[in-house]
Structure formats: C-alpha cells, structure tokens
Ligand binder design. Structure first.
Ligand SMILES: Cc1cc2nc3c(=O)[nH]c(=O)nc-3n(C[C@H](O)[C@H](O)[C@H](O)COP(=O)(O)OP(=O)(O)OC[C@H]3O[C@@H](n4cnc5c(N)ncnc54)[C@H](O)[C@@H]3O)c2cc1C
Length: 452
C-alpha cells in the first residue's frame, strides 16, 4: 500500500523505544505525527519471542534503579516487571578453571582483588568528572579521548584485575577495550551510575525483567498510536525547504513540518539528508559503529543449577560465552539460561552455521553448569550483527578522537531534522531509559519549534 503525502506536524523515523516515546509524547499534545519504521515490526533493539512456555528476550531485557523513564513508562502502560533471580553462588571461569563466589567481585588472588578495588574506585571518580552533556569540558577530556580503554588497562598491573576489567567492558559495551575511547567509556559509566551499577544485578542495571518481554513496551505504545505507525517503510532521504520536510521512502512520500530521526547514528548515516548534515554530524555517524552481540538462550524443564546452590550468573574469559544469567520464567516453571557472545567473539561467530554456534555455546554452558546444561529442550540465538536495521548492538560505540570535539553533534538539530535514539541521551545512553528520555527530549524540541 502506498503512503499518501500528508501535511502533518512531525514525521518520526524509527519505531524503537525512542521513536515511539517521541510520537507518544507528541500525540498526547494533539500534534499530528506519523511513524515510519523500516522493519516489519516495532521495538527495534527489543525482540521478545515465545520459546517453550515463556516469552524470552532476544534483545534488551533488564531495567534497574535510577532508570525512572522506563520504569514510569512500564507503569503507565501496565507492563509488569519481576526481579532477576540472584539466589546462589556465581561462577568465574578463567584459564579453564571454574570457581564459585558470592558478593560483588569474582574470586581472584588477593593482590589482584586489591588492585581491582583501587582501579574501580579510580574509574568511578574519573567518570563523575565527565559532564554528561559536555564531555569535552572534562579537565582531562583531550588526554582521555586520545586513548583507548585498552591503553588505560595496560597500566593495570595484576593480570586478574585486568581480566575482570576486560570482561566487564566487553559485557557492558559488547565491544573490545581497544574499540573504545577512554573518554566515551567514562561518560557511559557516568550515565549509568558507574561500572559496578552497570554490571550488577541487585542494585544494578540487571535488577528487573519484564513478564511479557521488553518488546511489550513498544507494542503497547504502537497500539496506542494506531494507524499513524507504518512498518516495512525504510526511509531513504529527508529533504528540507522553508516550510517543512519531505521524507522519501520506497512506498511514497510524507510531508511534515519537522522530522525526528530516532535511529542509531550508524544507520542515520544511510539516510540522505542533503546539505543539512553538518560536518560534525557526518563525523559522528561515520565514527560510531555498533557493538557486536549474539544473545543465546537455552531452555530446560527446570532451573537445575539452583539445586546446586548456583544463581545462574557466570563470567568467563573463554570462547565464545562471556557471561550468563538465569533466564527462567517469572513463575519459575520454565528454566532457562541466557548466554552472551560479545565483541571479537561475536564477530567471529556471526553468520556461522547455527548448529555449530549452538554446539559451542552449549559446550561452554556444560563447562560452567555441568552435563545437564548440554540437553536443553529448546535453544534460540539472535545475531544482531546480521540485522540490517541494527548493524550490531547493544549501542553505537566511539573510538578515540571524536567525543571531546563532537559530542553535541549527537543531538544538535540539522535544520528541521531533530535527533533522538539512545545514543543521543545523557543519562543511561545505550539503554532503554536513555532511548525514552531522548525521544521525549526530541519531542519537546519539535513542540517548541511548532509553537514558536
Ligand atoms: C542483545 C541486546 C541486549 C540489550 N540489553 C539491554 C538491557 O538489558 N537493558 C537496556 O536498557 N538496554 C539493553 N539493550 C539496548 C537497548 O535495547 C537499546 O538501547 C534500545 O532498545 C534502543 O532504542 P532506540 O529506539 O534508541 O533504537 P532502536 O531500537 O534501534 O530503534 C531504531 C529503529 O529505527 C529503525 N530504522 C533504522 N533505519 C531506518 C530507516 N532508514 N528507516 C526507517 N526506520 C529505520 C530500526 O528498524 C529500529 O526499529 C540491549 C540491546 C541488545 C540488542
């Protein structure tokens, strides 16, 4: 069906959490809005699917304390949450050896642990020195943006401490320490309340899950917006003139006064904005590739690891699995483990034969949780690198030399085109919460212009 040319107020590109939150905020004020989504579904980097008797998340999944935007939205929409299972010991697999531990920090030799504690405190202190909205104004911004996380890690003397910082970085960013500007890393840490909060379950970013899966947030927002949401409509170009924008898609053209681009910078780069794209914006889009993650879920008749005093949470230096969590249903009737393959490992395993990947992931789960882990009743995985409208995940990442100079380009309007998407957020950039706040901020910018 061809799209008709409307004369509407705002065209929103992208029906992820950010675009839908923007559209919902605009619609609530009586502003006319159309959402154009390339995929044949809404939700973007959230994707919930029934596996066995439960709905599992193949994309984003958890929320935690201080994420008030997403928690508030879930309440408004009646999407229920439940606590991530934590009872039992965690596991660390390092150099082929598996050890159990309790508390925050994995069990490594005492001197390694001592250095880790000092280094984590240093990271938390430095992260707080990076202003979220103007990271280039941090006193040491230039020096920090001139190096990678790997270069900073070279100053960490104890191998155990270095290994654990590497695992935390890989898990939080789905990227390698060498891929990340140290300034970008510190700003991201600041936005989420520090590395411990980002990696923890209790009191951290992995504290709660959604009973119906995280995609329910987008499905409910889209249902509320009704026929103004169009799926299967990739936007190719946005032209501007004195009165508005012309949004070009393969299915026709939409005329609006303003556009909100709620897609990650690496995907925005593929949309022709003509002369409106500034040099700084161009550099940011070219220099912010997506992280690399394959998310894998193995389902079992029951959560057998709980019987052995284990929580299901594990971290590993092995290949391919970097970390696991208990992913059982909220009522505990279906057992499941979720395993993350990230960074270099995700790039190596992306697009490999599904049965090969399954065998390698299950072999790691057996090393961690014993032979029963080798016999799931169902197994699914999702390779986000193979998704053309994500191009990787969880989020856009930056190497050295960009953020100090060009942070404002993540959200500075290009004429009548305003920018949303989690990458343009301050607090909780990269997360659901940042996506929603960025969508609402872009909606407020559009309203201000429409009323002005
Ligand atoms: C495996 C995985 C685990 C994650 N874990 C968590 C977690 O536990 N907690 C958390 O908070 N976050 C997590 N995240 C990150 C979180 O999912 C994202 O931050 C958030 O969903 C981003 O929302 P968004 O709307 O900014 O972007 P997106 O969801 O990417 O939405 C952008 C939309 O734009 C569309 N689009 C792209 N190009 C075009 C075009 N040319 N025309 C039209 N439409 C286009 C895309 O199809 C997409 O639907 C995870 C992500 C993944 C993949």
């Amino acid at each position: 069906m061809a799209l008709v040319s409307h004369e509407i107020d705002v065209a929103v590109v992208g029906a992820g959490l950010s675009g839908l939150a923007a559209a919902r905020a605009l619609a609530a004020t009586g502003t006319s809005v159309t959402v154009l989504e390339a995929r044949d579904r809404v939700g973007g980097r959230t994707l919930s699917q029934r596996v066995g008797d439960d709905i599992v998340d193949l994309g984003g999944q958890w929320i935690g304390p201080t994420q008030d935007e997403v928690a508030g939205l879930a309440d408004e929409l009646g999407v229920r949450t439940f606590p991530q299972h934590t009872r039992g010991k965690k596991l660390l697999m390092r150099g082929g050896q598996v050890v159990r531990y309790g508390g925050f920090l994995p069990r490594v030799p005492v001197l390694d642990r001592a250095e880790l504690v000092v280094r984590l405190a240093q990271l938390e202190r430095w992260a707080r020195q990076v202003p979220l909205d103007a990271p280039g104004q941090a006193r040491r911004a230039e020096a920090w943006d001139g190096q990678t996380v790997a270069q900073w890690m070279a100053s960490v003397r104890r191998e155990g401490a270095r290994d654990l910082v590497a695992i935390a970085t890989q898990m939080v960013f789905a990227a390698e320490p060498r891929d990340l500007s140290f300034l970008f890393f510190l700003r991201y840490l600041h936005g989420g309340g520090g590395l411990l909060r980002l990696t923890e379950v209790r009191g951290g970013a992995q504290e709660r899950r959604f009973v119906e899966g995280a995609q329910a947030l987008s499905l409910r927002m889209a249902a509320g917006l009704g026929p103004s949401v169009h799926t299967g409509v990739p936007v190719a170009a946005i032209e501007q003139d004195g009165r508005g924008v012309t949004v070009r898609t393969a299915r026709g053209v939409v005329r609006a006064r303003y556009a909100i681009l709620a897609v990650p910078p690496a995907l925005a780069a593929k949309i022709d904005l003509g002369a409106a794209r500034t040099v700084a914006r161009h550099r940011v889009e070219q220099g912010m590739p997506m992280g690399s993650v394959i998310k894998c879920i193995a389902v079992y008749p029951r959560a057998f690891w709980r019987d052995h005093g284990l929580s299901g949470e594990a971290v590993s230096t092995g290949d391919p699995v970097r970390a696991t969590f208990d992913d059982s249903s909220h009522d505990g009737t279906q057992g499941a483990l979720v395993a993350f393959v990230v960074g270099d490992a995700a790039r190596a395993w992306s697009r490999r034969a599904p049965q090969e990947r399954r065998a390698a992931v299950l072999a790691d789960l057996v090393r961690l949780f014993g032979p029963a882990a080798g016999h799931p009743t169902a197994y699914v995985d999702h390779d986000w690198l193979a998704e053309p409208y994500s191009g990787g995940c969880y989020t856009g990442i930056m190497g050295p030399g960009l953020l100090a100079a060009h942070a404002e380009a993540l959200r500075a309007p290009a004429g009548r085109v305003l920018f949303a998407g989690t990458e343009s957020a301050g607090a909780w950039a990269g997360y659901f919460d940042g996506a929603i706040s960025a969508g609402r901020r872009a909606a407020a910018e559009a309203l201000e212009r429409l009323r002005g």
